[in-house]
Design a protein around this ligand. Structure first.
Ligand SMILES: [Zn+2]
Ligand SMILES: [Zn+2]
Length: 255
């Protein structure tokens, strides 16, 4: 029998943004917000440099600056402040927008599919972006189905090629085959996100993914300090889906 959620509480928020990408607060403000919520840890996971300029970090070097600010914020608040990234999947082959060596310097790596990216090659725009944004009638055959196949392949390839801790908001704006993605993530120890900010990661998603043996994380995807640690909606989804709390990374049993 699985454990009762009443015995568990949330200890961390591993998906938050700051002014270093298109969030509205500083690293210190996110850390203070996490402290107010009683969290033990918060991760700063700004968007990778492959995003359009007004959304993404300006260059991979920004993450060194975030690390310095995270260390200071940790000292000031007593909350463990991790330096991470929310990478963009840039191609159907699963290329991420940061190199493996850069990712190894970070505490955690999130990755997700986003439309607001600057494709590196015309072919990537054609295969990954256009089928997701063109009106259905413009696409030959069942373009939406093909988009889903391509989106799923892109994420699965990324999960197989890189050490990714969490795939963010699967199914947001871009359709994905949950079962296939969850199977790949389970094999690689990559968690799937249940987002407080995006309703696509609902109970049906959690149930379908959980059947494949994957683990999960509850995240706020906060873009302002006030929303850091706002994990109530994600927690409710996990509970209602009947998920075993031991399969959720950022909850712990009351001591
Ligand atoms: Zn995202
Ligand atoms: Zn995000």
């Amino acid at each position: 029998m699985s454990a009762s959620w009443d015995d568990y509480h949330v200890v961390a928020d591993y998906h938050t943004h700051t002014l270093h990408s298109h969030g509205r607060g500083t690293v210190l403000e996110n850390a203070r917000a996490a402290a107010r919520r009683g969290l033990e840890a918060v991760a700063i996971t700004d968007h990778g440099p492959g995003a359009v300029p007004w959304v993404g970090a300006r260059a991979a070097g920004v993450f060194e600056q975030i690390r310095a600010e995270a260390d200071k914020a940790q000292e000031a608040t007593g909350v463990r402040v991790l330096t991470g990234v929310e990478c963009n999947v840039m191609s159907a082959d699963g290329d991420l927008d940061m190199a493996e060596a850069e990712l190894r310097r970070l505490d955690l790596v999130l990755a997700g599919l986003h439309l607001m990216i600057v494709p590196r090659r015309v072919a990537d725009a054609k295969t990954l972006i256009l089928p997701n944004i063109l009106p259905r009638s413009w696409l030959p055959g069942d373009g939406r189905t093909r988009a889903r196949v391509t989106n799923t392949k892109a994420l699965v390839e990324a999960v197989n090629r890189y050490r990714i801790d969490v795939v963010t908001h699967p199914g947001l704006h871009l359709p994905v085959d949950t079962t296939e993605l969850a199977r790949a993530c389970a094999r690689r120890g990559t968690r799937l996100e249940i987002s407080s900010a995006h309703r696509e990661t609902d109970e049906a998603f959690v149930r379908a993914a959980a059947r494949e043996g994957v683990d999960f994380v509850l995240s706020s995807d906060a873009h302002c300090p006030g929303r850091v640690g706002d994990l109530g909606a994600a927690l409710q989804v996990a509970r209602r889906a009947g998920l075993d709390p031991d399969r959720v990374w950022n909850v712990a049993r009351h001591s």
